[in-house]
Design a binder for this molecule. Structure first.
Ligand code: ZN
Length: 192
């Protein structure tokens, strides 16, 4: 049965992009996401000196049922594994016909997106930019800046997360540091 929820408001510090009240924080460390990077040897080398927090999700508890909108703050920290920038694992929605909106509050980077039939897209993210993730598109944020990349994400609360499909196939594109800034490269060819 659906839990009832009363109307409420909460604050976001618009300078830091911090959600002032959240119910849960999910912390993702390099040790648990090292397989998403092309250069696993470089990841192992970093881990020899200790684990690194690469991203966090700050979650507000909303019933995961039809009609509600879930929202959370996505914080991808700055850093690289070799030339590849820190990023989230990325996911499809379990209920695939559901979209998501990311409102970027701080930092700089890309939203990497792709569909199961091979279409890909990279949308730049920076403070004040809004990214629309259509239904059926897997999505991952990549931080190409020196500061945290922070976005407010809003999605149908019953969308769910399917990490497994994209874990198996990997994203078709990667974002790596180039001579003159970030480059989008084919995942099959990480060396450019
Ligand atoms: Zn999503």
């Amino acid at each position: 049965m659906e839990r009832s929820i009363e109307p409420f408001g909460l604050g976001i510090d618009m300078d830091t992009g911090e959600l002032l009240e959240c119910d849960k924080k999910v912390l993702r460390y390099l040790s648990e996401t090292k397989d998403i990077y092309a250069d696993y040897r470089e990841a192992e080398k970093i881990l020899e000196c200790g684990d690194v927090l690469t991203y966090e999700v700050h979650i507000v508890d909303i019933p995961e049922s039809d009609g509600h909108l879930g929202f959370c703050l996505s914080i991808t920290h700055a850093g690289r594994v070799g030339r590849e920038y820190f990023m989230t694992k990325g996911h499809y929605h379990s209920k695939e016909g559901t979209a998501e909106i990311y409102i970027c509050l701080r930092g700089r980077g890309y939203m990497l997106m792709e569909t199961r039939d091979g279409r890909t897209a990279e949308v730049p993210m920076s403070r004040g930019r809004v990214v629309y993730v259509p239904p059926y598109w897997a999505h991952r944020t990549v931080n190409t800046g020196d500061d945290d990349l922070v976005s407010l994400c809003i999605f149908p609360a019953d969308a769910g997360h399917d990490y497994a499909s994209i874990e198996k196939s990997g994203f078709r594109k990667r974002v790596v540091e180039g001579e003159e800034g970030p480059l989008i490269v084919d995942a099959a060819k990480p060396e450019v």
